[in-house]
Ligand binder design. Structure first.
Ligand code: DX5
Ligand code: ZN
Length: 214
């Protein structure tokens, strides 16, 4: 299992310390949540914070854009250190073009689906994707309750990927803990994002190791 702890739940007054802690942990990726206050009802952070994180870890930066009009900023995210750039299906009227532009910029490309967005809408682009991010909460905040219906979505997505002979990694974001993580692993998830479960635990590195074993 690929583990991508969400930096959104870290202590931003100690971002160097927390990034170094993640860097030394068994985490595979660092999940970076960018929110614009328009696509989602919250504002998180932008380029200077990505660059600060990049300075303290060379792990894969798994950047989740919860923003309108992501096309405008693709090159800036590349310059700030993003390795994987994930955009929301709901924010991209010309998704095929956006996918091409992210690849052209030299990054892996992901598409995120809100809880109400069905998996089959990716049918025509699935072969072009490196990752699909299933949102198991409504995006905008850490610490929300896991939406159980996400498990069936993972199963549907795994089926679609197989049918189309595609290679996209199935990643899940929101309300992930050891209990939901186990069900997701059984359903076919290959990467788990975890924010509050990691950072609110007594020993975040041990929590990451436990998730990694799922
Ligand atoms: C939610 C973000 C998540 C968030 C997950 O909009 O996309 O990445 O940090 O937080 P937890 O794991 O606390 O649900
Ligand atoms: Zn996220």
């Amino acid at each position: 299992m690929i583990i991508s702890p969400s930096v959104l739940s870290c202590d931003f007054g100690n971002i160097q310390r927390d990034t170094q802690m993640l860097h030394q942990s068994e985490a595979d990726w660092l999940h970076i949540d960018v929110m614009d206050g328009v696509f989602v009802p919250n504002i998180s952070f932008g380029f200077p914070v990505l660059e600060a994180i990049r300075k303290h870890s060379d792990k894969v930066m798994d950047v989740h854009l919860m923003i309108q009009n992501p096309d405008k900023y693709i090159l800036d995210f590349k310059k700030s250190g993003a390795d994987i750039l994930t955009v929301h299906y709901e924010a991209c009227p010309h998704l095929h073009r956006t996918i091409g532009a992210i690849k052209e910029a030299g990054m892996k490309v992901g598409v995120a689906l809100n809880p109400h967005t069905p998996v089959h809408l990716l049918e025509e682009v699935i072969q072009d994707l490196d990752l699909v991010l299933i949102m198991s909460v409504n995006p905008g905040f850490g610490g929300q309750k896991f939406i159980q219906a996400s498990i069936a979505k993972v199963e549907k997505l795994a089926k679609l990927i197989k049918e189309k002979n595609a290679h996209a990694i199935i990643e899940i974001d929101g309300g992930v803990n050891l209990e939901t993580g186990k069900l997701l692993a059984e359903a076919g998830a290959q990467a788990l994002v975890a924010g509050s479960f990691v950072f609110n635990s007594v020993d975040p590195q041990a929590t990451i190791s436990a998730l990694k074993k799922l």
